[in-house]
Design a protein around this ligand. Structure first.
Ligand code: NAD
Length: 172
């Protein structure tokens, strides 16, 4: 059964429609998806704005209609890439296949003998956390790049104000 259970990891800073498109296509291929929220220890930084809990909330709301069982598990980084796959395995339900487009993630799982599948990039120039945070800071439209539930959560937690404050664009 675990051959039909897949693992997908990201930082999701924030969760956007590129991630959503990948997850919807994975959902057609497997029965269950384990979603790792990477760099779970980081938040309140310009490139890592949201806490693991806020990212859990974004994904839980956006994936309500995904149609396959999924588990969302925050995973902290460790300082030793060579044992990172073991760290992941120790924190997750068993799985046989990984979906990723991140070169380091792909390499580490392949070296551990685990099958990795890549999915096509979905308009990467705009559906990217870096671009979304840039637009948020520049006052440009970013809302169309994320699920509407993510927009609501970012507004609810004051995400825009947090980003501006951290980036030194606003006084306390
Ligand atoms: P991310 O949120 O940038 O992306 C998540 C996944 O979605 C990636 O596979 C990415 O290629 C894909 N994606 C992003 N935009 C897309 C689009 N428009 N269309 C299709 N796919 C798209 O997260 P990430 O940086 O890849 O996350 C990897 C995590 O693994 C990080 O938290 C990193 O710290 C962690 N990691 C940790 C260690 C360690 O602790 N030693 C080692 C390796 C990786």
């Amino acid at each position: 059964m675990d051959s039909r259970r897949a693992f997908y990891i990201g930082r999701f800073q924030p969760y956007h429609l590129g991630h959503q498109t990948v997850l919807e296509s994975i959902a057609h291929e497997v029965d269950e998806i384990i979603i790792g929220i990477g760099s779970a220890q980081t938040s309140h930084e310009q490139d890592d704005l949201f806490t693991a809990g806020e990212r859990v909330l974004m994904m839980t709301r956006a994936l309500e209609d995904l149609g396959v069982k999924h588990y969302i598990i925050p995973i902290e980084d460790i300082q030793r890439n060579s044992v990172w796959v073991s760290h992941i395995i120790s924190m997750t339900p068993p799985f046989k296949v990984v979906y990723s487009n991140n070169p380091l993630v792909i390499r580490l799982f392949e070296e551990a003998g685990i099958e990795v599948r890549q999915s096509p990039m979905y308009q990467r120039e705009q559906y990217s956390g870096t671009e979304i945070r840039r637009r948020m800071l520049a006052g440009e439209g970013w809302e169309s790049l994320v699920p509407s539930s993510t927009v609501d959560i970012i507004k609810e937690i004051g995400g825009l104000e947090r980003l501006k404050l951290i980036s030194g664009r606003d006084s306390i």
